[in-house]
Design a protein around this ligand. Sequence first.
Ligand SMILES: [Ca+2]
Ligand SMILES: [Ca+2]
Ligand SMILES: [Ca+2]
Ligand SMILES: [Ca+2]
Length: 147
Amino acid sequence: MKVALLSLFALSTLAACGGVVVHTPPPVVVVADSDGDGLIDEDEYGIGTDPYDADTDRDRLYDGEEWFETDTDPLHPDSDGDGLSDGTEVLDVYTDPLSWDTDGDDLSDREEVSVWYTDPTDVDTDDDGYSDGREVATGYDPLDWYA
Ligand SMILES: [Ca+2]
Ligand SMILES: [Ca+2]
Ligand SMILES: [Ca+2]
Ligand SMILES: [Ca+2]
């Protein structure tokens, strides 16, 4: 018998060529990020953000950015509750979106930016040796070295 001389490999090759070829699709892994914000839909469902809205809390930071980079709450536009949105702190005034008083002078980031116009990242804006918070509390001008 000629066939008896064929190796097992040859036999299986013959069988494959003659048999029905069944295409098995590779396993499909769903990693859809429908809104393109850097968080896959599945994670968004877990976190509670909207998988079809790149910026669920409307603070100008993408859900994925908040989750992976700034550590801010993608469901709350003002994570530290200082009155400035996370987007404003990160993109505009460069303060800490996770601290209500970035420079520790007892004036909140919002107060410094929109009330006293002092530098929220400088404890003593006018460099007179007295902190902005202390000047405000004692009636002095935190923007005037002489007052
Ligand atoms: Ca997403
Ligand atoms: Ca956001
Ligand atoms: Ca802040
Ligand atoms: Ca401050």
